[in-house]
Design a binder for this molecule. Sequence first.
Ligand code: GTQ
Length: 327
Amino acid sequence: MTGEQDQQQEYYSTLDAHHVAPLWGVLHKMVPPRPNPSSQVQTWPYASIRPLLMQAGDLISAEEAERRVLMLVNNPTLGPPYTTDTIYAGLQLILPGETAPAHRHTAFALRFIVEGDSDGAFTAVQGKKVVMERGDVILTPSWTWHDHGSDSKGPMVWLDGLDLPVYRFLPINFAENHSDPRYPSELAEGELAKGLKFPWKDMQTQLDANASTTGHVKLDYRHADGSHLSKTISAQAERVNAGTSSSKVRETLSFVYHVYEGQGYTTIVTPEGEEKVVMWMRKDTFNVPAWSVVSHTCRSQSDSAYLFAITDRPMIEALGLYRKEEL
Ligand code: GTQ
């Protein structure tokens, strides 16, 4: 070692004790030339997750668990609550006759119904009992009391999407349990459920009406006043026409995708240039790290594919960080 290196080593070894560190060793990691999400592309095929959920159904009640959820975890780089860098997602199971007791929290939640009869499973949101059907999106806005229940005949499964990773950065989530398992509620349908429930049939009607010869339609879920579903996370739905691929796009957004209907694959090229091809079928879930190039392909020659995705668009736009590139 030269005398100069010795001096540097000695200097660095003194810094820890003063709680300082040299930026010059890590500048390009702190201020990278392009986005560098920590999450990796991962898939949660429903065929492998559903049996695990049903096992959980045998092992623990919804009441005991409070929320009987298998979190979708982005291992190995990130643990819970990360499904992708900014979004938490989990698959929640409610069995006939069960109640997931009422609570409220600062975190915002949206749910996409994956499986279940349309005859009696509900989420009660601040006094409004909203019945859930496959493909519906149900919101539980920040700090609203909510419990889930089911008087239906079979299991009910939905995908939870929450902004929990935000509270790692802003550690100011509050939560409270209600004194009773159920918060008093009355059935809310049609107009009364507006703003809390976004029925799949309405979304599919819009997607189908917009289906063009280009083969790909993407629509954001919006409130009646045009605003996103929440200030943090929101959702979109896409139709990929039979036998076609969507054009390659990258955005500064992270996604958790869920396949409502169809068979195909999504090609994802991460910002580091790694290409992953996710093969999917109905009810599968996968994530897309921010600034990845994405293209979906519907493999069927006769039936279109429909994809749902949770995104962090509201917060990214609000922070002025939204960018899009068409390739
Ligand atoms: O249903 O309230 O997946 O509070 C994680 C946290 C669901 C819920 C989750 C929650 C909920």
